[in-house]
Design a binder for this molecule. Structure first.
Ligand code: ATP
Ligand code: MG
Length: 416
């Protein structure tokens, strides 16, 4: 019954589970299937501990929860919570990295009647075919898994006239018989998969208002990095629109980690300096190097161990292999480029699913247009760039820029 798989794990859930009647004698709770089943030993322990903390933080404003680990799943219970609250917890859990699937489940007494009643409640009002899949952790339960499948299946057929289909059913009723209790649940909602945020450390995303960098941030959070964001605006020579966009993007992405921080650098004056340094065709690359240097200063201050960009090989003239190499030369920290091998259609697809695309497509005045030369260099020479950096005193300039950052704290769900 593993649901681990790239396509499913990457699916952003749109639908919420259908409403259910209250289950007589049962308690609604959330049952979570965890990702990265390949992890073993200490890593697995780290994964689960981190995930528990992240979950607790993610649902803090919905309910106080108790989290229990049971054989590869986690169970979230909240005393006295009604079905609507449980469903909110389910939806919130699907944004927490490391969870492959979230189910609203009924926790019932460990007896046949309790299980049958919960299954009947869950299937009420549904149409189409179904299958029952039972699993016993406690082999002392009076029925075998197969017997339980048959019995519950028959009761559903009798009650609602639905059709049993074992291969590709419309609905699956899962039953897990545990040591002290049983859980009964249906299909649930796909989560993000990946690793819990923070498990892989911390990094700084260079966040433009474009389509690519938000997707790059998403992908690295999904690999367990907690990210901070750095945006360069053209202020004072442009309006603040690009900052609003970066803010709105980070606010949306905040659902994946919480407590996000956006640092903004007014970059206009530094861009003028680059222009008057005679960078000419190298202006765009020189500017990107200065952004990275500034990012490096800030990342070190924040305890970040890498920089993240939305570069994709060959997408624009600044992203040739030679130019990307020239960017790496500007800093010591590793630059992570999760989109390097993706094409624009794939990136837009992801942006749509993480819900940043429509924000990225809003008009703004990108700071890069201030500098764009008539013909940009596609094969930047590192020596030439180093010379420009010396003329600019790029080290000192990066320090000053990092000193002048403004901090914002966009929160997912806050009103605009
Ligand atoms: P994006 O859609 O992310 O803006 P892009 O295709 O427009 O990317 P570039 O403008 O060359 O490509 O930028 C490449 C990367 O450089 C971006 O993905 C981002 O990480 C970083 N970057 C560019 N402009 C800015 C900015 N104003 N502030 C912060 N980072 C930036
Ligand atoms: Mg851009």
């Amino acid at each position: 019954m593993s649901t681990l798989g790239v396509t499913r794990a990457e699916t952003i859930p749109q639908a919420s589970p259908p409403p259910a009647a209250e289950c007589v004698g049962g308690e609604p709770c959330v049952l979570l299937k965890l990702g990265e089943l390949v992890l073993k030993g200490k890593n697995r322990e780290l994964f689960e501990r981190r995930l528990q903390n992240n979950l607790r933080a993610a649902v803090r404003d919905i309910a106080r929860v108790e989290i229990a680990r049971r054989y590869g799943v986690m169970v979230l219970r909240s005393e006295g919570a009604d079905v609507a609250t449980i469903d909110r917890l389910v939806r919130r859990a699907t944004d927490v990295m490391g969870i492959v699937r979230a189910h609203r489940a009924w926790r019932v007494n460990k007896d046949v009647d309790g299980v049958v009643q919960a299954a009947l409640d869950l299937m009420a009002g549904r149409s189409g075919s179904f299958a029952v899949r039972a699993r016993r952790r406690d082999k002392r339960f009076p029925l075998t898994s197969t017997e339980l499948d048959r019995l519950v299946g028959q009761r559903i057929v009798d009650a609602y006239g639905l059709q049993v289909r074992l291969a590709a059913p419309d609905h699956t009723v899962s039953i897990e018989v545990d040591r002290d209790e049983a859980f009964v649940f249906t299909d649930g909602v796909a989560g993000q998969g990946g690793l819990p945020v923070g498990m892989s450390g911390r990094a700084l995303v260079l966040m433009s208002g474009g389509i690519d960098s938000p997707v790059a941030a998403y992908r690295m959070m999904r690999r367990g990095l907690r990210v901070d964001y750095l945006h360069f605006s053209g202020m004072p020579f442009t309006g603040p629109e690009s900052i609003y966009k970066a803010y709105a993007l980070v606010r949306e992405l905040d659902k994946f980690q919480g407590d996000s921080r956006l640092y903004v650098v007014p970059f206009g004056k530094a861009q003028q300096q680059i222009k008057s340094s005679g960078a000419d065709r190298l202006a765009i690359i020189a500017q990107r190097r200065l952004m990275l240097r500034t990012g490096e200063v800030l990342a070190r201050r924040l305890g970040g161990a890498a920089l993240i960009t939305g570069d994709s090989l060959g997408q624009v003239s600044s992203q040739t292999l030679a130019n990307i190499t020239a960017l790496d030369d500007a800093v010591q920290l590793p630059i992570l480029r999760p989109l390097i091998g993706l094409d624009k259609i794939e990136i837009m697809d992801q942006a749509r699913r993480v819900r940043t695309l429509s924000i990225s497509e809003l008009p703004d005045e990108d700071c890069c247009t201030l500098l764009a030369p008539r013909r940009a260099e596609t094969r930047a020479k590192i020596d030439d760039l180093r010379q420009i950096d010396r003329r600019l005193d790029a080290d000192e300039l990066a320090e000053q820029l990092a000193e002048g950052v403004q901090l914002h704290r966009p929160r997912y769900g806050e009103s605009t």
